[in-house]
Design a protein around this ligand. Structure first.
Ligand SMILES: [Zn+2]
Length: 178
């Protein structure tokens, strides 16, 4: 019994290394799987969290999980020593390589550090029914984690356009708050 509890404690605290050696573990099936499976996991998780905690809290949990993911992703995948333009180019390429989406910087204020970014063909929402809402709370946190880890600043990221709000791309306002 003691071992089971010990293992649970380890699994429940996120650690990049616990993502495992996917290539070695899935020698026939490989590292990729359909977007359907990702969305099935995400939207069932959102359903359960919303029923237990309400939509605002559920979205906040998604945002926080995305922030953790963005932070760890940046630390483990991206080069933090390059200048901003190179960093954004590397990030854009990494998001294509991982099939997360097609990133473009639409506006940048060098004085404040504020950005407007768009993500095309977004993993989370492209192709969803139009419900007149922005649904990419996980992405908000993800982008906030990425920008915050690179710059050392605190970014509040809000999605202002989304496939689910009737747009063809997701558009994010990233504002430096600290
Ligand atoms: Zn979206």
């Amino acid at each position: 019994m003691a071992n089971i509890f010990k293992r649970d404690a380890t699994v429940h605290e996120f650690n990049w290394d616990n993502l495992g050696d996917i290539k070695a573990g899935r020698e026939d099936l490989g590292e990729e799987m359909p977007v359907l499976v990702y969305r099935l996991m995400q939207f069932t998780m959102l359903d359960i969290l919303t029923k237990d905690f309400g939509p605002d809290k559920a979205n906040e949990y998604f945002r926080r999980a995305g922030f953790l993911a963005g932070t760890e992703f940046t630390k483990h995948v991206l080069d933090l020593t390059v200048d901003l333009n190179t960093f954004l180019a590397n990030l854009t390429q990494a998001l294509v390589d991982l099939k997360i989406g097609i990133l473009r910087m639409e506006a940048f204020d060098p004085d404040s550090g504020d950005l407007v970014l768009t993500v095309g063909q977004d993993l989370d929402c492209s192709g969803l029914p139009v419900t007149n809402e922005t649904v990419c709370n996980y992405d908000e946190g993800f982008i906030s984690g990425i920008l915050g880890t690179y710059t050392g600043k605190t970014y509040d990221v809000r999605e202002i356009d989304c496939w689910a709000s009737g747009d063809r791309v997701c558009r994010f306002n990233a504002t430096v708050t600290a």
